[in-house]
Ligand binder design. Structure first.
Ligand code: NAP
Length: 244
């Protein structure tokens, strides 16, 4: 069986980096993205250190031209992914009354419009192969409605709803579409939150700690595997019991 091509957006750091690592073996052709050439080098170095034949490209989901260039490169290199993992993300938090339109638009672009464009572009190859996996990284915030995150929550709830629609549209072609909704995971995304706040959050979580990036990556790997053939249109929560 030829190795499956796996695209993980935003894989220079955090959850995406752990997901990419899980697919960095001879069963797959891993493809990672970052917003800068520096991030691309980080991914490439990881591949070369582990002797992996992977690819890394620049992609800024808040920049329509960057998205078009990325599609062009992927086409030229014949890299239509069999497994698409929409992971890239940002937070631009503020109370709604203080939220700028720019922060609203940027978060919607990266999390919702960008993901729509990627799914639309890469779906054709999956339809042709009559096999595919789309896994979108959402957030527990979509269900909880976190204060100060109206942009982020709207985008995450949107991707969950859009994924259900796509799951219905492509199910007959053996393509599954699911979301994963993590709770608080130790990454740069939490670096602006103060320690006392994070300890208070951890004490409210039944498992009494924040999550690790590898714990999200193992769920992604399961949903991408044949063991998950009959799961589609779902949002799987992974949060140590924070949200039940
Ligand atoms: P992170 O550590 O901040 O990493 C974000 C990744 O996204 C980086 O690789 C970054 O690339 C990339 N990225 C940032 N802006 C981008 C843009 N405009 N276009 C394309 N890529 C961009 O974040 P994370 O915590 O791992 O989050 C990963 C996903 O999990 C996100 O969708 C996030 O919403 C979701 N999530 C996270 C948590 C959490 O607690 N951490 C909880 C729930 C859901 P550069 O390195 O080039 O900046």
């Amino acid at each position: 069986m030829s190795p499956k091509k796996v695209l993980v957006t935003g894989s220079s750091r955090g959850i995406g980096n752990s997901i990419l690592e899980f697919f960095s073996n001879e069963e797959f052709i891993p493809i990672g993205t970052a917003t800068s050439s520096n991030g691309v080098e980080i991914i490439k170095e990881k591949f070369s250190d582990n002797n992996i034949a992977g690819h890394a490209f620049e992609l800024d989901l808040n920049d329509a031209e960057s998205i078009e260039n990325f599609f062009k490169t992927m086409k030229e290199k014949d890299l239509n992914p069999d497994i698409l993992i929409n992971n890239a993300g940002i937070a631009r938090d503020n109370l709604m009354l203080r939220m700028s339109e720019q922060d609203w638009t940027e978060v919607l672009n990266v999390h919702l419009t960008g993901q729509f464009k990627l799914m639309k572009n890469f779906l054709r190859g999956m339809l042709k192969n009559k096999w595919g996996r789309v896994i979108n990284i959402s957030s527990a915030a979509a269900a909880l409605g976190n204060k100060g995150q109206s942009n982020y929550v709207a985008a995450k709830a949107g991707i969950e709803a859009m994924s259900k629609t796509l799951a219905r549209e492509v199910g007959s072609k053996n393509i599954t579409v699911n979301c994963i909704a993590p709770g608080f995971i130790e990454t740069d995304m939490l670096k602006d939150l103060d320690e006392a706040y994070l300890s208070a959050i951890a004490s409210e979580i039944p498992l009494q700690r924040l999550g690790k990036t590898e714990e999200i990556a193992s769920l992604v790997k399961f949903l991408a595997s044949d063991e998950a053939n009959y799961i589609t249109g779902q949002t799987v929560h992974i949060n140590g019991g924070l949200f039940m």
